[in-house]
Design a binder for this molecule. Sequence first.
Ligand code: ZN
Length: 348
Amino acid sequence: MFTSILDLQYITTQVLALCQIPSPSGNVGQAMTYLAGELDKLGVTHAFGSKGTLLASLPGVDSSVHRTVTAHVDTLGAMVKEIKSNGRLVLTQIGGYNWQSVEGELCLVETMGGQTYTGTLLNTHASAHVFADHAQQERKAENMELRLDERAADAEAVRSLGIEVGDFVSFAAGTRLTSSGFINSRHLDDKASVAILLGVIKAIQRNELTLPYQVNFIFSNNEELGYGGNSSITPQTKEYLAVDMGAIGEGQATDEFCVSICAKDSSGPYNYELRKRLVNLAQAHGIYYRIDTYPHYGSDAGAALRAGHDIMHGLIGPGIDASHSHERTHQEALDNTARLLMYYLLAN
Ligand SMILES: [Zn+2]
């Protein structure tokens, strides 16, 4: 039933748009402005918290009990740590990833003055014709450098461009939708889920669906740093559902087509009762799902529990291959996740 009212084309378009807006943790303003604009178009009032979290609520029959749903806009990225005497930039990482996964990537440096410059992230011994260890050189922060596409061969020349230590660096997403329905892009974690939240809000608004409980949507901006939207959880919130990527790999049950329902991650088991309810809803409505555990993973829901919120916490999301690297998912995973989220929010 919800396949017809959930606009998969809209969700897909939002994924593609969001992935191309740079938003490393700590510098998500542009993405949040975009989201606020989309909420305006959907006729949903919203507000920003002091930490930068974006909140939007939809009323329910019972407003004394809230369900809170979150997805995070922030992504991996980097910051300029040092400007070297040869004009190359040393970076410090924002979020957890390995250097190999961004080696050779197009980068965007944003100065405090608002200018942007492109460059490429390389190892310092990149030239195969000069360095015998170009392949073996250990990929660690001090062996990586950003090569700016500017005539700036020393630190002074770089600074004259307005570039300084502390400037944010983002990695090009390389977003593309294939005719077979796959979406290749960096930052599908967690922009795929942000788009799903928008799609669900749109379906609820346009079809004037009645929610049993008030639903608060938190577009969080500090998930990759570990503390998510903890300051924006209302005291009435009884259930807190994070919508974040399902992890795929050897030994994992999740694939690129399912909604992955997380039973346990690094923080421990998710709320059993809530998990059972989500699985029952998926079964009852023929939604393709997989139950999984994620060995190296934390979510905004786990963070909320650790912060002391008295909530039932859950985690669902589209299966994302090669997370924190060259990520990929399929439109079917978006659809399955959006449908499960809809049934959950509409059920008592
Ligand atoms: Zn995530």
